[in-house]
Ligand binder design. Sequence first.
Ligand SMILES: C[S@@+](CC[C@H](N)C(=O)[O-])C[C@H]1O[C@@H](n2cnc3c(N)ncnc32)[C@H](O)[C@@H]1O
Length: 238
Amino acid sequence: MATYDIFAPFYDAVQGDRAEEITYLGSLIERHHPRATTVLELACGTGSVMEELEPRYELTGVDLSERMLELAAQKLPRARLLQADMARLDLGETFDVVLCVYDSINHLLSFEQWEAVFDRARDHLNDRGLFVFDVNTERRLALLNERPAWAHWFGDGNLLVMDVTASGDGTSVWGVRVFENLGRSGYRLHSEEIHEVSFPLERIKASLSERYRRVWAYDAQRARPTSRSERLHFVCRK
Ligand SMILES: C[S@@+](CC[C@H](N)C(=O)[O-])C[C@H]1O[C@@H](n2cnc3c(N)ncnc32)[C@H](O)[C@@H]1O
């Protein structure tokens, strides 16, 4: 069973309204590639980003989790959705934009795998196409590791308990527990562990610069990325 197969049915309700961040993502594409028409999303999950982009672009989505893809298919009956590992993808075709967002790349636990995604994205781009992805920074993962477990109610009386802890090998382990409200029968517990890792900004930029002709880094919360940035977006032109 792939990671996210257990969490999948609750994912959208837990994430809530993401319109603001998806608008921001759309603005990056618009600014750097206003004539783009085709988009490949790596790690598309339940298709929330694709759903917002659908009126404007022809979309293909790839994810490892069958259950996340099933939910995406319900939202996006016209999109092409494929189950695959983004670090090994070879569709034999190219797109104007390749996306990989909502810290999906952090789920790959070695820098070699990140670089495999940088390569796979470049090989799926048209000339001067864009690879756009975001990361949780090392700082954000360190802050989450220190934070006590937190809980919040969502949906129809379900409870999410989240506990992020540092493991000895440098990864952050997101302990996700959902207590599903079954009404009079009580609650059913669904548990999953999601692992994330991050790397220094300069290392990411250096690696991208070897593969792409231009690389921009953005912090949606600041004028420019700093050591205090918690999430960064990278825009890379092939
Ligand atoms: C935090 S979710 C983000 C989903 C989606 N991008 C969004 O914005 O909602 C991370 C996603 O990455 C997927 N994923 C993790 N490792 C992957 C891999 N090696 N190849 C493809 N998808 C992967 C998971 O199945 C999950 O759907």
